[in-house]
Write a protein that binds this ligand. Structure first.
Ligand code: ADP
Ligand code: MG
Length: 249
């Protein structure tokens, strides 16, 4: 579904991602792991158009999307969540999901927050898309509650619904289980499995190894911005390069 070739980005003298060639197959769960600062979030920022790579190419469903801006990438079918959940606590769960929809289908956040005349009709569309997303994450009954009143787990689900509201083909989750207890983590894993069973392709960055090993079809390991291993959970966990990267950091 997604192929990156020789992907890299430099911030000043810091090569945050370097010459990464990898693919994310459709219908699977791909986990991206690696020590802190390995370049995992930056990798997602590159794929989702938040950062422009300094080298390499990103091909999604056969199309070169390397030069595209975030909202154009979203329109092609890639959505993401952020490492720190960015929800609007005072707004309702539904309104949050609607912002997700509008941010992802229109030009940006400003457009999503500024309401102009023609947007009445767009609102209907956003509402329907947002409700579908809430149903997928099990929050339909919570639609009218303030997002800030939900549990931490519920707020994480709002973040996922915001991404799902654009009806993506590929969903990127950045540390979805961060701060979750074991029970919440198990619930999240069930949700991820359901989404994939429904046809979504998921790539996730995660530190919780129980989640990674229990969910991932394939794992990419980044270290100092480079891909040092790729394979099934079994293959990667036996790879001496991976063991060394984790022990050495
Ligand atoms: P990870 O998610 O694997 O912990 P990151 O992708 O956040 O790591 O960071 C990888 C490296 O890129 C770090 O050295 C970080 O400081 C650097 N980096 C990420 N984003 C920026 C940025 N916008 N400007 C400068 N350096 C950045
Ligand atoms: Mg990160």
């Amino acid at each position: 579904m997604l192929d990156v070739q020789g992907l890299g980005i430099r911030f000043g003298g810091n090569q945050a991602v370097q010459d990464v060639t990898a693919s994310i197959p459709a219908g699977q769960i791909t986990a991206i792991i690696g020590p802190n600062g390995a370049g995992k979030s930056t990798f997602f920022n590159l794929i989702s158009g938040f950062y422009q790579p300094t080298s390499g190419k990103i091909v999604f469903l056969g199309e070169d999307i390397t030069p595209l801006k975030t909202h154009q990438v979203v329109a092609r079918g890639i959505a993401r969540t952020f490492q720190t959940t960015t929800i609007y606590r005072e707004l309702s769960v539904l309104e949050n999901a609607m912002i997700g929809h509008r941010v992802r289908t229109k030009a940006g956040l400003l457009d999503a927050l500024l309401r102009t005349g023609r947007e009445k009709r767009d609102d209907q569309e956003s509402r329907a898309g947002a409700m579908r997303a809430l149903e997928r994450v099990g929050l339909a009954t919570q639609a009218n509650r303030p997002a800030g009143a939900l549990t931490q787990e519920g707020q994480k689900r709002v973040g996922i619904a915001m991404a799902l509201s654009s009806d993506p083909k590929l969903l990127l989750l950045d540390e979805p289980a961060a701060g979750m207890n074991p029970e919440e983590t198990v619930n999240l894993m069930a949700l991820i499995r359901e989404l994939v069973a429904g046809g979504l392709t998921i790539a996730l960055v995660e530190h919780k190894m129980s989640l990674v090993m229990g969910l991932a079809d394939q794992i990419l390991v980044l270290h100092h911005g480079q891909k040092i291993s790729q394979g099934t959970p079994g293959e990667v966990s036996r790879d001496p390069a991976v063991i060394e990267a984790y022990l050495g950091s």
